[in-house]
Ligand binder design. Structure first.
Ligand code: PRT
Ligand code: ZN
Length: 286
């Protein structure tokens, strides 16, 4: 039997859907759903294990899974024998210290001698050492944000995304300890066959990620504006130019970073660009 690369992803929660979507966009087909413990791809030598995200680093260290997808926060907290392969661009958030809104937070020294409730004791310990602060760490596994309100701690360290959870619990974000997004982790020293499968998967993931940041754009423009238009958008150094039937006009095609494009759209129009089309790219090999 061909070796299978075993990938652990979250069974249910914030990472589950995007993790599976990324694998599917990378061309992997699965015929059964996520309600199982594991599933095998029909067209790629990969088996997916569905686990609690907190357990994934340990499974990867123990080589029960070869690779895994977890939040960088979980990777950093667990401190297992995991190799960080690459960031995946979803589930972005930050791990922050938050204090009651009424407090005058003047900097990390405010935390001296205080008690911090968190589900991330190792990361908080590292933060305190780095800032030469001595403070108590109170480890709790859920509903961290209520700790100050019930007198359990002076401050918390927890995941923040929009900030509305802090807001509704009378807290304010005081210090960003780390930024996080979903990451691909792997067991160090993968055997050769599995490493080859992983390299192929990484290549495909990269093609999906690059494609997401770029758009294929087409526009019609007067010939005498081509030079200036290609200077406006940095990515458009060497566009494809096709003559239009209309005398003195061309169709200009290029691949550009979507953000650049939106910033320059008004400038393009004032230079005479018309009929602008922006088309998504499915895969892009650079
Ligand atoms: O059951 P299992 O253990 O697998 O899942 P879980 O409950 O531990 O994790 P889950 O699904 O909540 O989150 C998985 C990962 O998603 C986290 O480890 C982060 O890397 C990432 N992530 C991204 C988040 C958030 N955004 C997020 N907003 N994880 C948690 N939150 C929570 C946060 O804990 C807080 O309660 O959302 C609240 C804050 O959100 P805002 O928008 O109110 O600021
Ligand atoms: Zn968890």
């Amino acid at each position: 039997m061909n070796p299978l690369l075993r990938i652990a992803i979250q069974k249910s929660g914030r990472l589950q859907e995007e993790s599976l979507k990324l694998l599917k966009e990378s061309g992997l087909h699965f015929n059964n759903g996520k309600d199982q413990l594991k599933t095998q791809s029909e067209n790629f030598p990969v088996e997916v294990l569905f686990l609690r995200d907190d357990d994934i680093p340990q499974y990867v260290e123990d080589k029960v899974a070869d690779v895994g997808i977890v939040g960088e926060n979980v990777f950093a907290e667990k401190q297992k024998q995991n190799e960080l392969i690459r960031p995946l661009g979803f589930a972005r958030c930050r791990l922050s210290i938050a204090v009651p809104r009424s407090e005058k937070y003047s900097g990390a020294q405010w935390l001296q001698g205080k008690n911090i409730a968190t589900s991330y004791p190792n990361i908080v310990k590292g933060f305190l050492i780095k800032n030469k602060i001595e403070a108590g760490i109170h480890e709790i596994s859920g509903s961290v944000e209520i700790a100050p309100g019930i007198g359990l701690a002076d401050a918390i360290c927890d995941i923040v995304s929009s900030g509305s959870t802090l807001q509704s619990n009378g807290l304010k974000e005081a210090e960003v300890v780390m930024n996080s997004e979903a990451v691909l982790i792997a067991t160090p020293k993968l055997e050769k066959e599995k490493k080859e499968i992983l390299d192929e998967l990484i290549f495909r993931i990269q093609a999906v990620q690059v494609a997401k940041d770029n758009k294929y754009i087409l526009m019609n423009c007067p010939n005498d504006a081509i030079e200036r238009i290609t200077q406006v958008i940095p990515g458009m150094k060497s566009p494809t130019i096709l003559p239009l039937k209309k005398e003195g006009w061309s169709s200009l095609h290029s691949v550009v970073d979507e953000n650049d494009f939106w910033k320059k759209i008004n400038q393009l129009k004032s230079l005479g660009a018309e009929g602008i089309l922006v088309v998504p790219i499915e895969k892009m090999i650079v």
